[in-house]
Design a protein around this ligand. Structure first.
Ligand SMILES: [Zn+2]
Length: 308
């Protein structure tokens, strides 16, 4: 089983200042862990291309994309919302992050590889059609989804989001599109205070109370996601892979452990094998405790490879 690993140095240059939890060290922690574990040797490495305007405008308003391009500073930080800033490298980092997911879709659709992990930042799942927020500029996973729909004419795509925060941006973009099923778990009540009351068909949100552990998470996945995914039979599964629900991550109050991320990945692989020719493209969202993040990404990628 060949797994692709897509990243780019530009994603390490995006820096929102000292003390910001969404920091360049997240990517070095992941890459160091993959080298130390020997996993890096079995991954096929790719350099993320820049997303095109066409990719971005399939999920964001043109005026919003213009606004982000115009906000890119030549020095210092330009604050886009209370916790999201751009330095002079951020625009390119964001274009690489979205471009990585589009490239991942190309790799699985052209049968180069079966699964893809995009080690990118800024993350994307809070970015709405016309609003940046929560460390996110462009919605990377939605860019991948619409690239798959528009370029390959897929009829059914599932986006699965296990980040501890609700993927309000993804939900905003895909709501009403019958070709997309969005399944998520998230801490509630919690930032961004959305998703718990969604009623749209095609949105499978499972709020989890603070303190929920792996067994509550697994129960949510097996009772809510798995049957809907089986019924929908996606031709491609995209994962908003946030690891901030880890018990060691003090950004959130959920208590998952490394093996829970491996478990959910295997569940998604089972569905992908049934309906999607095993195609999965996963992209990094949150995860701020560097050791737990690196170990959880390792567990996630190992689950793609299987026990071999
Ligand atoms: Zn998060």
């Amino acid at each position: 089983m060949v797994i692709a690993y897509i990243s780019h140095h530009d994603c390490q240059l995006h820096d929102m200042g000292p003390g910001h939890p969404e920091q360049p060290a997240r990517l070095s922690a992941i890459s160091n862990r993959l080298i130390a574990s020997g996993l890096e040797m079995v991954l096929r490495q790719y350099s993320a291309p820049l997303a095109t305007r066409e990719h971005l405008e399939a999920v964001h308003d043109r005026a919003y994309v213009d606004e982000i391009f115009a906000a890119s500073p030549t020095e210092g930080l330009a604050w886009i919302d209370g916790d999201t800033a751009m330095n002079r490298y951020s625009l390119h980092a964001a274009l690489r992050a979205a471009g990585a997911v589009a490239m991942g879709v190309d790799l699985v659709m052209e049968d180069e590889v079966k699964q893809v992990f995009c080690a990118v930042r800024p993350p994307g799942h809070h970015a709405e059609r016309h609003r940046a927020m929560g460390f996110c500029l462009f919605n990377n996973i939605a860019v991948g989804a619409y690239h798959a729909l528009n370029r390959y004419g897929l009829k059914r795509i599932a986006i699965v989001d296990f980040d501890a925060h609700h993927g309000n941006g993804t939900e905003d973009i895909v709501t009403g599109d019958k070709r997309v099923l969005f399944c998520s778990t998230f801490q509630h009540p919690f930032y961004p205070h959305s998703g718990f009351d969604s009623t749209a068909t095609g949105i499978v949100n499972v709020p989890l109370a603070a303190g929920s552990n792996g067994s509550a998470f697994r129960e949510a996945v097996d009772s809510h996601w798995v049957p809907r995914l089986a019924e929908f039979a996606p031709e491609l599964i995209l994962i908003s892979a946030g690891f901030d629900a880890h018990q060691a991550d003090n950004m959130t109050g959920l208590n998952l452990v490394d093996s829970d991320f491996a478990w959910v990945t295997r569940r998604l692989c089972e569905q992908a094998e049934k309906s999607a020719e095993a195609r999965i493209v996963s992209s990094l969202e949150g995860g701020y405790e560097l050791h737990a993040l690196a170990r959880s990404v390792e567990a996630h990628i190992k689950a793609f490879i299987g026990d071999s």
